[in-house]
Ligand binder design. Sequence first.
Ligand SMILES: [Zn+2]
Length: 173
Amino acid sequence: MGNEEIEIVECSVCGAMGVLDQTMSLNIEGKPVCYFCQNPSEATKGYWIFASRKKGKYPKPTPRSGKWLIFVNVKDIDELWAKIKKATEEGKLGAEAKVSTAKPKPADIGYKKDEHVICIYTHDSTDEKDVKRIREELRKLGITNKIPYKADEDTGKGRYAARGHKRISKYYE
Ligand SMILES: [Zn+2]
């Protein structure tokens, strides 16, 4: 009675320790992984998984910060996120990136089923050199189709173009 068993496990990716079924879970291969190392297609605890820069310096976000957005089918998301996570941690992109998980979203926010989104943040949408440098790095990771860049201030206001309900992108390349 009251004798709850907990199992401390080590993340098979990054080595972090945690309690199984709390901060840790088993991946599709049965190996323990921490929340941050989970595959987006399998993660259901939160709506997002974040990755942060671990090498080099990057400017703090200004009020004009923004992000590149990549919409990805579930069948490709785990592989692509692994690349983006690695590039973010190695200091090749901005300070932070995030990916949507498999946790079901409220229906009204317009996500397509089976689609994930990756956001790659940049410190300032008017720092065109930095925005384009990061776009180039994403191209090197295989993202060669056109992707939108949105300034965060636009996101909050939910601005729409006059026709077609297309959200305004600051860049699209
Ligand atoms: Zn981990």
